[in-house]
Write a protein that binds this ligand. Structure first.
Ligand code: SAM
Length: 242
């Protein structure tokens, strides 16, 4: 599998970098508890909707794999799955639980080229500042093979916030999230909203989508080479809601 280790990490304002580090610290410190809380959630309907677009035995990258719940499902269904996550403790647990290879890697430093039929980014892009998500989506595009598909889910809402638990969140309207995906040269193939599956959070709603990397993205990549310019980001996180 081809990996490019020397690409520039998405550039961020120091305040946003601190917000991302604080999010990563949350998952590292609370890994055991987070694993227990999320590993049994039943995402089978969402898996089915996503896997309908993935060829049998295809390679799937779980970007922000958390407990390894979804990796395990993909492996059991015969896909060749791999996980990455910023939290070393979650990576250990995910690898043990799923038997899929898992690595400590930040989304904003994703360094794979042309080697996955699909990327699953369930509830992970929501921890990126809006100013950084485009750069990460372009990295996803580069990691996918031509015609590769992306699943992504984020929480419905507006703005960005640094919660009292230290986690940074970006919230989207459906139109806004579709726009972000389209701007990164993906075309939508399915989009739907759903209620949160963790029962104590009945007020939380999700935007789920499946999008295909466009031929344009691959054409641009071929012309400009893999070392895309780093993304500029200057927004500061606003405390809106926990
Ligand atoms: C809300 S959890 C979702 C976990 C899993 N995908 C699920 O659906 O249960 C967010 C996950 O993304 C990881 N994460 C957050 N920011 C990240 C980043 N910048 N790079 C890589 N992983 C990140 C966290 O460590 C955590 O495992």
């Amino acid at each position: 599998m081809k990996q490019e280790a020397d690409l520039p990490v998405v550039q961020l304002d120091p305040n946003l970098r601190r917000a991302l580090d604080s999010t990563a610290r949350f998952y590292e410190v609370h890994a055991a508890e987070y694993f227990e809380r999320t590993v049994t959630a039943d995402l089978s309907r969402i898996h089915d909707r996503f896997l309908a677009f993935v060829p049998a035995a295809g390679r799937i990258l779980d970007a922000g794999c958390g407990s390894g719940r979804d990796l395990r499902e993909f492996v059991q269904r015969g896909y060749r799955a791999k996980g990455i996550d910023a939290s070393r403790e979650l990576v250990k647990r995910a690898e043990r639980y799923s038997s899929a290879p898992c690595h400590v890697m930040r989304l904003e430093a994703l360094s794979f080229t042309n080697c996955f039929e699909a990327i699953w980014a369930c509830a992970s892009l929501l921890h990126l500042p809006k100013s950084a998500i485009g750069g990460v989506l372009r990295r996803f595009g580069r990691a996918l093979v031509p015609q590769g598909v992306l699943f992504a889910s984020v929480q419905v809402g507006q703005g960005e916030s640094l919660g009292s638990d230290g986690r940074f969140f970006a919230y989207y309207t459906k139109a806004e999230f579709e726009g972000v995906i389209g701007a990164a040269s993906f075309e939508l193939v399915d989009v739907w909203t759903s209620q949160d599956l963790l029962s104590e959070r009945g007020t939380v709603h999700w935007i789920n989508l499946v999008a295909r990397v466009t031929p344009k993205r691959h054409f641009e990549r071929a012309r400009s080479g893999p070392a895309a310019a780093p993304d500029k980001a200057s927004e500061k996180p606003r405390r809106e809601r926990a």
